[in-house]
Design a protein around this ligand. Structure first.
Ligand code: NAD
Ligand code: 13P
Ligand code: MG
Length: 613
């Protein structure tokens, strides 16, 4: 490779950057790369033979003496006992020797699941405390071993007599050999070597070695290495900030989608060098057009979330494909009836290995049975999908009022990453290994909220409301466990269970629209005489009161009822059944508090059909 000026090497080529970002394993030299000094030089100083040994170390690093010979001569001069090594480690603990920024770099790699190795021409005896301090397991340390003379009487080592020359690290070309061994036993595609010396550079000069060498001038700059390294750094923070970052896409732009995108944007824009997330959050806006321009110019969504800034790093687009292109983390938050259509459009457009989370509350029912929104995402896109559920009225979260949520997960790594993405001081997130229970709770509570809205519309007090909520929670639990026996009892006491139920029954949209609908039905009934009333329609009130936001409870009630009817379960779910009959105009609203009777009532045959109320 022709030599480039030093300035050019400190800026990585596209190739180097791409390899760095996709590395499965990163191997570090130790002396003068991870530590600010050479372990053997320091030990030599400790033993009073500093100058002679330092000269031999530099000869090996500059390539003017073979590594094996230099090691032999240095050990001869040092001539230490095991006790000297113990005292040395106590005098120079790992934290006193680390190069600036190395701990943060290794932590950032480990956080991303990149395997970190130490490959050193130094000695295990001196390195293992450093590896332990950095959280690197012993089997990822490749280094030389000292040879000791053993005392027959005590069975203890007494005197240093040399070292094991069979280790690859004992000789030149040892580092690529160690990397080849690592590759033999691990399915790594991409391996990077980082080091200060000429023996580190050798890692890329032999086939089977590393895919990229990054020279380190953080502790010492060696001319021969500067001249040959494809990328040369003087500050490890440069490597941390060059690491890949998870890109987030919000699929949806309604009220909750905006409140959630705002939290995500607050987290991704933090000024933290270890930040795992790309600052920008893309947001798909179904309407496209002018609304996209307004959001990008004002950072607000006046249509669904007026008066609250989303943050300048939320970037709206009307193109679904553009929103998810390159996204590693997909957040689904569209009204539930649209998610299947959205997923169909996304088939083949999502980055392989991406992970999803659904904030949507609702389900789909097919002749084969129910399908949860997270299941639709998983089935159509072939990616893991967690759920985030809780008592989270969008506007209150936007005003940063204390709220709680759980992440229901099957893949813990993904859930932990999503927790980092959502958790805020005002938004407490916990992990729950019951994704189905959490998602179904969020879905079913919308039916109970309709019942509570009816109670309000009938001007009944808190006792009646409590009775409907209690029965609702019971039916939620029974329904979840009848469909999915693995759903846990405890889930109903979490914020996705009773928490969300309380929030939605006090301040949700389903409650609000159901109250208005009931008042209108009662008024119409008074005008028309007794019996099921036909006041204003749900669609009309949804449009008038929610101004484009969507009501999920009415659709969900019809979807759930289809399951109850098909399976002959209606009598076991008298509240769900009565609410469904009321919203479809087959029973008068006052039966919501007399749900046992409501579920027993004879209703006309045509009611077996699912009317669009
Ligand atoms: P929303 O109710 O405000 O719905 C409006 C959104 O639906 C807009 O973004 C609109 O563009 C989109 N939309 C309209 N027609 C569409 C179509 N044909 N295809 C795709 N999108 C279309 O949205 P939201 O409040 O973000 O709710 C999304 C989900 O989150 C729902 O399942 C809801 O139950 C749940 N949720 C809402 C809240 C809340 O307080 N709003 C809280 C928690 C959970
Ligand atoms: P509504 O859709 O009834 O407003 O409920 C919002 C919600 O799910 C709160 O957690
Ligand atoms: Mg070194």
């Amino acid at each position: 490779m022709p030599s480039l000026p030093v300035e050019a090497r400190t800026v990585p080529s596209e190739r180097a950057l791409a390899i760095w970002r996709s590395a499965d394993a990163v191997c570090f030299d130790v002396d003068c790369t991870i530590t600010v000094n050479d372990g053997l030089d320091l030990l030599a100083e400790f033993m009073g033979v500093k100058d002679e040994v330092e000269e031999l170390t530099n000869k090996a690093m500059d390539g003017t003496m073979s590594l094996t010979r230099s090691l032999e001569e240095r050990l001869n001069l040092i001539n230490c006992s095991p006790d000297d090594i113990r005292r040395f480690i106590k005098a120079y603990p790992p934290q006193s020797r680390l190069a600036p920024g190395i701990k943060e770099l290794i932590k950032a790699l480990q956080k991303r699941g990149v395997a970190v190795y130490l490959i050193s021409g130094g000695f295990r005896e001196l390195l293992l405390p450093i590896a332990a301090y950095l959280g690197i397991p012993k089997d990822r340390v490749f280094a030389n071993r000292m040879h000791w003379q053993w005392d027959d009487e005590t069975g203890m080592p007494t005197k240093l007599v040399g070292f094991d020359i069979s280790e690859p690290t004992a000789r030149n070309q040892g580092k690529p050999e160690a990397i080849a061994r690592i590759r033999e036993t691990n399915p790594y595609n991409t391996v990077v070597m980082i080091g200060d010396g000429i023996t580190d550079l050798e890692a890329v000069q032999t086939s089977g070695g590393a895919d990229l060498f990054i020279g380190s001038g953080v502790v010492v700059e060696r001319e021969a290495v500067v001249a040959e390294a494809e990328w040369y750094v003087y500050d490890y923070r440069q490597l941390v900030s060059a690491l890949s970052r998870y890109k987030v896409a919000m699929v949806g732009s309604g009220a909750w989608a905006c409140a959630a995108a705002r939290m995500i944007a607050q987290n991704t824009s933090q000024d933290d060098p270890e930040d795992e997330f790309d600052d920008n959050v893309s947001m798909w806006v179904h309407q496209g057009g002018e609304l996209v321009d307004v959001i990008n110019a004002t950072h607000e969504n006046p249509a669904y979330f007026p008066g609250i800034s989303l943050g300048p790093n939320v970037v709206a687009t009307g193109s679904l494909a553009e929103a998810v292109a390159d996204a590693d983390l997909l957040v689904f938050c569209a009204p539930h009836q649209y998610v299947r259509g959205i997923c169909k459009q996304l088939m083949g457009k999502v980055k392989p290995g991406a992970a999803a989370i659904s904030l949507t509350k609702g389900m789909r029912v097919t002749p084969e049975g129910p399908e949860l929104i997270s299941q639709i995402v998983r089935r159509t896109l072939g990616i893991d999908c967690s759920v985030l559920m809780g008592g989270n009225i969008a506007e209150d979260v936007g005003r940063e009022q204390l709220s709680e949520a759980v992440i229901g997960y099957s893949n813990l790594d993904n859930a932990q990453r999503f927790k980092k993405l959502f958790q805020r001081p005002y938004f407490r997130v916990t992990l729950l290994p019951d994704p189905i229970g959490a998602e179904l709770c969020g879905t079913l509570k919308n039916i109970v909220a309709l019942g509570v809205g009816m109670v309000d519309g009938l001007d009944l007090g808190p006792n009646s409301k409590a009775a409907v909520i209690r029965q609702g929670l019971l039916e939620m639990r029974d329904f979840c466990q009848a469909l999915y026996p693995s759903v846990r009892d405890d889930t109903f006491l979490e914020c996705c269970g009773v928490g969300d139920l309380v929030a939605t029954c006090i301040g949700g949209r389903n409650r609000r629209v159901a109250e208005a609908w009931t008042r209108s039905a009662v008024e119409a009934a008074a005008a028309e005489g007794n019996g099921p009333a036909s006041g204003r329609s749900w669609a009309e009130l949804e449009a008038e009161l929610l101004k484009g936001q969507k009501l999920q409870g009415v659709l969900t009630s019809n979807e759930v009822q289809q399951i109850l009817r098909t399976r002959g379960w209606e009598a076991h779910y008298p509240l769900f059944t009565t609410i469904n009959r009321i919203i479809n105009g087959h029973l008068p609203p006052h039966l919501v508090v007399d749900y046992i009777e409501g579920a027993k009532a004879e209703i006309p045959d045509e009611a077996e059909e699912d009317p669009v109320p």
